[in-house]
Design a protein around this ligand. Structure first.
Ligand code: ATP
Length: 273
């Protein structure tokens, strides 16, 4: 049985997400605990995300990946531990400051989380109308290039309900970028997409990261996506980080749990529970 105490070790230190000197981390999770009732989801999770890199968070279903994202963006408060964001413990600051910190994040939810009552242009313009004093002309100068980048410039007047899942995700991605965020988080961007559309979305993620920079955090179950887009891979199991490191290192790992998980093998320490 693989237990947290037998968690693999990276570069001779316990797994914390620290990689090397000279690398900065604007998002630091320190010894975070979170339970819902008696069910402990995060159990002392420590993970520092490398700035301006793409990090994929992998792990078995129900292991706390989405809960982690909600902690980072300040939607869930840990029972213990710290969520440090841009040098501030997001839960020790006043609500007004937390609100300001949240504006530095763009989030792409599984289905794009678009407003069904608004066309794509209005959906993408929404954060700018809500959070800035920009004029409609200034907003248009930001929204149209984003729509072009994600290939939706000819679909501006369409409703979310009348377009494909891939287009909804691209619209959600454009909306996540309009505020020029420092951090972009993706919760299973590939869910519900066929392999070709997943591959196209991965290319788009890489293109947008190359153009705009920023720290990208991706949660996915899709191992080829992790391999293709990530600079770093973190693996969470039973509420703890059990592996963290550069992507090629993760895929070359000899650790039985990491190998089983990344190969999708039924044989290994990870069972049905
Ligand atoms: N607000 C909540 N109230 C109660 N339980 C919750 C809440 N949010 C999440 N959970 C539980 O916490 C556990 C972890 O959920 P989470 O969505 O983070 O898992 P996950 O690793 O993202 O899973 P998946 O890969 O299947 O999406 C699950 O058992 C879930 O039911």
């Amino acid at each position: 049985m693989y237990t947290a105490s037998s968690a693999p070790v990276v570069s001779g230190t316990a797994v914390t997400g620290d990689i090397a000197e000279g690398i900065t981390h604007s998002i630091e999770i320190r010894d975070a605990y979170k339970a819902f009732g008696s069910f402990e989801v995060l159990r002392g999770l420590t993970l520092n995300f490398v700035d301006n890199a793409i990090t994929t968070v992998l792990g078995p279903s129900g292991t706390g990946k989405s809960v982690l994202l909600k902690h980072i963006v300040g939607l869930l408060q840990p029972d213990a531990g710290e969520i440090n964001v841009f040098g501030r413990d997001i839960w020790s600051v006043k609500e007004a400051e937390r609100y300001e910190l949240r504006k530095r994040f763009g989030v792409l939810f599984q289905d794009g989380a678009l407003f069904g009552s608004m066309n794509l242009y209005d959906n993408i313009a929404f954060p700018l109308r809500r959070h800035t004093d920009l004029s409609e002309d200034e907003i248009a100068e930001i929204v149209w290039p984003r729509m072009r980048e994600v290939g939706l410039e000819r679909s501006a007047t369409k409703d979310p309900g009348s377009i494909s899942g891939g287009m909804r995700k691209r619209a959600g991605f454009a909306r996540a970028l309009v505020m020029n965020p420092d951090v972009v988080m993706f919760d299973e961007p590939d869910s519900g997409l066929d392999p070709v559309r997943t591959s196209l979305l991965n290319d788009l993620i890489l293109d947008m990261h190359a153009q705009h920079g920023g720290t990208y955090i991706l949660v996915t179950h899709d191992i080829p996506t992790a391999r293709r887009v990530s600079d770093y891979v973190g693996i969470i199991w039973q509420g703890e980080l059990v592996h963290y490191g550069p992507t090629e290192e993760a895929f070359a790992s000899e650790d039985p749990f990491v190998r089983q998980f990344l190969a999708g093998d039924s044989a290994g320490p990870l069972g049905m529970d």
